[in-house]
Design a protein around this ligand. Structure first.
Ligand code: ZN
Ligand code: ZN
Ligand code: ZN
Length: 380
């Protein structure tokens, strides 16, 4: 797992830690217990995974934080300004019980009655922590940390823009990869290489959904041979070394589309995606963006073929808050970043999706992706 940090600026990390503790206190929590993952990376700028050995940031709402770390993993946090951040380092060695160590630290103030554990903490650690703190109710830390992570600061916005530009460069090269006679897997391998060449640290996902496979939104790759006239959904992305992710979908035709309904149906999708992006502004609700995408698709008779929410937040995780989904009255605020990715999927025939990452600005919206939204007809 990459440990390169986006933010090693101690003042940024100190502010995040302080806000996390404040937000946790407001949620009536006594401590946050954060194991390796995106939440830890957000708070410390690093997230060295230690698997069956517990690493855990203990962030009490009224007291000094501590990082509990296996002695052999301590060097992985050498770049984190722990002393400057006022975080005690408590190491443990094999044979000791790290869950008891965490429990003792969580009790440094008063006996905790409610603690939040990282959403991704494995049961291997949450259950022993429950035994070590039998009087403390466990809740999910994600409900607290999403309040911070959902609102990107200027440096995070710039990181998302760099990620968007990097994946745009891959889409701009699609004619090199996507040709009739090649399998989805062959095309996908070339795209994965290009994702790395254009600056990502990992090709986290590569969807090449050709012909009928395009009608399955999370189809990955297969040995299907791409034919002249196919419509192909390409949904790709991954993190840059600094941690923030790209995610962008474009739909291509390999030569003129073979099916006669492609252009008209695609035009409906394109208009819906544009309408949803244009609806993004501070004060709008998440559900209103979903509706802006869904209504034109439903009005054209394709409602049953748009089978997922309109979008998801993105940052250190590819999928995070805020989710752009019917029923969410979450009010959009500047700094929120998410995908707008409606699709129309006709089972057994073909599918299409258009996806941009957008950022809510002070007075509107900033899309981070700039490749054409039209159906791109590649030479075949
Ligand atoms: Zn997805
Ligand atoms: Zn995507
Ligand atoms: Zn997405």
């Amino acid at each position: 797992m990459a440990t390169v940090s986006i933010e090693q600026d101690p003042s940024v990390l100190a502010a995040r830690l302080a806000r996390a503790a404040e937000t946790a206190a407001a949620a009536d929590l006594d401590a946050l217990l954060i194991s390796p993952g995106s939440d830890l990376r957000y708070l410390l700028g690093a997230a060295k995974e230690s698997h069956e050995r517990l690493t855990c940031l203990v962030l009490p709402t009224g007291g000094r934080p501590a990082l509990v770390v296996p002695k052999l993993e301590e060097p992985g946090f050498a770049d984190v300004p722990l002393a400057e951040l006022g975080i005690d380092v408590v190491t443990w060695v094999d044979g000791q019980d790290p869950h008891a160590v965490v429990a003792d630290l969580a009790r440094r103030g008063s006996a905790p009655t409610r603690v939040a554990v990282a959403d991704v903490m494995p049961a291997l650690h949450t259950i022993p922590l429950r035994s070590a703190l039998p009087d403390a109710e466990q809740v999910l830390a994600g409900d607290v940390l999403r309040e911070l992570r959902m609102r990107k600061d200027a440096a995070e916005v710039e990181a998302l823009r760099r990620a968007g530009a990097a994946i745009d460069r891959v889409h701009a090269r699609m004619a090199e990869f996507l040709k009739p006679g090649r399998t989805e897997a062959e095309v996908g391998a070339d795209i994965s290489a290009a994702i790395l060449e254009e600056g990502h640290s990992e090709a986290a996902f590569v969807i090449v959904g050709s012909g009928p496979n395009g009608a399955s939104p999370h189809h990955a790759l297969s040995d299907r041979v791409i034919e002249r006239g196919d419509v192909v959904v390409i949904d790709i992305g991954g993190p840059l070394p600094e941690g923030y992710n790209s995610d962008c979908t474009r739909t291509y035709a390999v030569g003129e589309p073979a099916q006669s309904d492609v252009r008209e149906t695609y035009a409906v999708l394109q208009a819906a995606q544009r309408a949803a992006v244009e609806a993004v502004r501070p004060g709008a609700t998440a559900e209103s963006i979903d509706a802006a995408a869904r209504e034109p698709i439903a009005a054209a008779g394709f409602g049953e073929f748009f089978v997922h929410r309109t979008g998801h937040g993105i940052g250190l995780d590819v999928h995070e808050e805020p989710y752009i989904v019917g029923g969410s009255q979450l009010v959009l605020e500047p700094g929120m970043a998410f995908s707008v990715e409606p699709g129309i999927y006709q089972p057994g025939r073909w599918g299409a999706r258009i996806e941009d990452i957008v950022i809510v600005t002070e007075d509107g919206v900033l899309p981070v992706n700039d490749q054409p939204h039209e159906l791109v007809v590649l030479p075949a």
